[in-house]
Design a protein around this ligand. Structure first.
Ligand code: GUN
Length: 306
């Protein structure tokens, strides 16, 4: 048996097709949606993510602005940038790319973004609304996971969901969304005892721990749906060969680039037992940006009463 793979790019394109209609009608109403991304410092992955977000805006006719601050920026510098965007009527959504350099008070920054422009859903008021189930939108990656499940017809209500990881961006908000969708939810973290046994109870297993290739078949109940939210670069040739020796495309990728992009799931192992698997790359990743644009369109409509 080999797990059926989710096609994140295809699902993202469905979402974009729907959004393009809404974006066009906002433009007709003289309210072109606008998204601002704040990038602090020189984390190479963050730069790639922000550039992808800006490129998605360009493709979809969404106005975008990139605000860059140096690695040495202080909390007050970032607050000033956020304040200016809060006041800027042409910007409907604001996202501050995480992680921020260590000298910056992340909580203070996230709490400064106007809640009605907080398209990442990370302001305390929006997290409170998410917990209560009165949210206007949810953080992008967890929303992407929920859309992937919904659009692929994966049943959630009444099923056992196990979320590995309790991060602010993914694990914690995703567990709440799954609970609102009537799953029976367990959240696991670094202190969880007997992780493989707990994971094996899941009909729906979500890995969001940031430990490359950690989840193997011993964590997976036969037939379960496995969603891999991790994203890491593996540069160690021995690890790559050990995991991917039977997958020529992956070995070629490593030979060409001297790294491979992987998730938290060892796909070669898990594919043997899972019913469905969201792969890395090509799974949840494309949906994160689609949901960011979705949230921006929602924010624009709400702010303009459309
Ligand atoms: N860093 C990694 N993922 C995200 C995200 O979804 N939003 C923000 N702001 N930063 C991130």
């Amino acid at each position: 048996m080999s797990a059926q793979l989710f096609d994140g790019a295809k699902i993202a394109q469905q979402i974009y097709d729907e959004l393009m209609v809404e974006i066009e009608s906002l433009r007709q109403a003289k309210h072109p949606p606008g998204l601002a991304a704040v990038l602090v410092g020189d984390n190479p992955a963050s730069r790639i993510y922000v550039n992808r977000k800006v490129a998605a805006c360009a493709r979809l006719n969404v106005v975008s602005r990139k605000v860059e601050l140096p690695q040495s920026a202080a909390t007050r510098d970032v607050l000033r940038a956020v304040d200016a965007l809060n006041e800027d009527d042409s910007m409907d959504g604001i996202l501050v790319q995480l992680p921020l350099p260590p000298q910056i008070d992340e909580k203070e920054i996230l709490a400064r973004v106007r809640p009605d422009k907080d398209v990442d859903g990370l302001h305390p008021l929006n997290i409170g609304a998410l917990v209560m189930g009165t949210h206007r939108w949810a953080p992008c990656t967890p929303s992407g996971v929920m859309e992937m499940l919904r659009r692929s017809g994966v049943e959630v209500a009444g099923r056992r969901a196990v979320v590995l990881g309790r991060s602010r961006l993914v694990g914690h908000p995703l567990a709440i969304l799954l609970m609102h969708a009537n799953a029976t939810v367990t959240i696991c973290h670094s202190k969880t005892r007997n992780l493989p046994a707990v994971s094996r109870e899941a009909d729906l297993l979500v890995a969001a721990i940031g430990r490359p290739l950690m989840i193997t078949e011993e964590f997976v109940k036969p037939g379960a749906t496995v969603i891999d939210v991790g994203i890491s670069k593996v540069t160690d040739g021995e690890t790559v060969r050990k995991v991917f020796h039977s997958v020529p495309e992956r070995m070629k990728e490593f030979d060409a680039k001297q790294y491979v992009i992987v998730g938290d799931v060892n796909p070669v192992s898990v594919e043997k037992v899972a019913g469905r698997l969201s792969p890395v790359p090509g799974g949840v990743g494309p949906l994160t940006i689609a949901m960011l644009i979705h949230n921006t369109v929602r924010a624009a409509k709400m702010r303009h009463g459309v």
